[in-house]
Write a protein that binds this ligand. Sequence first.
Ligand code: SF4
Ligand code: SF4
Ligand code: SF4
Length: 344
Amino acid sequence: MISLKKGAAKSTADEASASAAETTGGKKPLWGPKSAWAQLTERTRLIIQIVFLIFSPQTFSLAFNGVKQLFAALGQLDAFDANSFLILLVLLLAFTVVFGRFFCGYICAFGAIGDILYKIVDLPLRKLNVKRPRLPQRVEDMLRCLKYVVLLFFLVTSFIGLSSIVSVYSPWTAFGRLLALNISDLNVVGLALLVIIAIGMICKERFFCEFLCPLGAIFSLLPVLSKSRMRRHLPTCDNCGTCERSCPVAIMPQGEDLRMGECIACDRCESRCPHDCIGMCSAEELNARMEAAVANAEAGKPVRNQGPDDVVKRSHTKRAIILAVAVFVVLWLLKAINYLPTFW
Ligand code: SF4
Ligand code: SF4
Ligand code: SF4
């Protein structure tokens, strides 16, 4: 039985690191280069984001309209109409409870646009060696609460029947009109809010998702099951902080930490961790991965284990693909039976 006590795992990791560094001129991270499979799963995310941005940018609005309609019906003591908004919303909520916020990491067009804007500005900044300032953790935690205020605002306005007035000034309505090239119906307030959000997304990665998104506020309360949270294998983790620094929403995965509801399942921390000791899985699955990695190190084999046989990495990619296909099928079915509103 291989020991995963901190010292044992670390010394094996250090030996593996030293031999990896020797063979690569001392430049590579501790556990060697990323596997081709890990690189492929990163690209899969980008591909799914682009596909949804092009073919289904309205998914965010459809789901959020479900929330507003639910509260409007409650306010007017109406019976719930199981329409397309609610069907999609229920699918997303159920998936998030069980598997985590894959909608935010892979499907949502608003999140994808934010990622693209941030990356576009990142390129020249990197060339100029300019780093964006980081917010202190306390400020970040305080600002995260804002999205619950935004959510409350929308719930109350829907409940008292003002939802249609509010949506005239909404940045999402402006976003939809812009995508549909319907410039003449653009509202100035909605457009101004959209520009402010875009500037925020450029300055701080996932600014809108982390601080302001009302749908994100709901999603952040849902990933409660063990496998829906990123967790670290603490005996192997050396607290290097790479995961937190690379995280778009600035969290260091703990598994049981309340902040884990903020995780958007982008999987970047897992891809960048030098010890592979982090993943969206149960504690048992992570232990099994680490035992396999240490056994590899002891046998002189490549240590990094993010290949197709790694259950943690494989299940992350599988979840994203399953959600993407499920959302597409639901939208396609709703369209086929003329159940999808055409408000774009
Ligand atoms: S937090 Fe909101 S805007 Fe961001 S990806 Fe999730 S649903 Fe989309
Ligand atoms: S990246 Fe995170 S999980 Fe990995 S070793 Fe560093 S602190 Fe630990
Ligand atoms: S980097 Fe890790 S912890 Fe941060 S949002 Fe992505 S998957 Fe979640």
